[in-house]
Design a protein around this ligand. Sequence first.
Ligand code: BTN
Length: 295
Amino acid sequence: MSIPSPTPIRWPAEALWEALAPSLPGFTVEVLPEIDSSNTELMRRFRGSPGVEPRPEPLLLVAEQQTAGRGRLGRQWQSRRGDSLTFSLGLPLAPTDWSGLSLVAGVSVADSLEPLTPSQGGKPRIGLKWPNDLWLSTPQGERKLAGILVETASWEGIRYVVIGIGINIRAVALDPAAPTAPAAALPAIPPGGLQELLPELDAPAVLLRIIPPLVQAVQAFERFGFAPFQARFAARDVLAGRAVQLSDGTTGTAHGAGENGALLVHTAAGMKEITSSEVSVRPVAAHNPQGARPC
Ligand code: BTN
């Protein structure tokens, strides 16, 4: 008996190419049915290999399935075909200051999915947790909706950035028994799914909605840095005013992101600017039923 092939997913590759090629010369869109990690693949292509020239072109790589998806701080990123959107956007970039880029990506994706209008009032349902998470507010509490992994590499003076984004479209229980998923790598709070907020959107529709504004945001960041995005980040900042604990054990109260994207934390030793990508932050206030757990 042959294994039925999965239903093809209709990706909007052409529409995206048409929308972006004018502002991103050389831009291509590629969809792979399976790859270890879309970020790893773009880095491999950028670096080249013996006999293969590095390729610093702008490229959107969508992975229908990742076998070794990566998160921040060496964590894994689990996803399932059709239930998640996983892609990496790679492009040459030359900002004077790189700090705040993952915040800008988060702001752009959140605003594309849930535009904030003055008439809307109230609290956004999609929040941002410094530096790279999108959180969804649900009746069950706050749950991780998406994660962003920004990586850079250089070759002959060209700096290339890879912005990898994983969005849970449908929330699925993660499998602690999966051979590639040591329990320690699983988030303590089960993820949320975008369809809880926007049931009509599937992965291709989300991609089409978020990519053009994301490219625009990254280009604006290249010219102007994080500062113009600071207020948009603040409007969704889920840590602001909350007690937090840093992974080095320091505790304090989060005071938003500064002009350079650093997290401001008021600690016993005064205001600290947290910029290190090696630091993780967790809220210790009881905003969700699980309370203080790593995320
Ligand atoms: C995090 O939350 O720690 C970041 C998760 C980033 C996951 C995305 S999925 C597409 C891209 N490829 C990867 O291997 N990781 C990123």
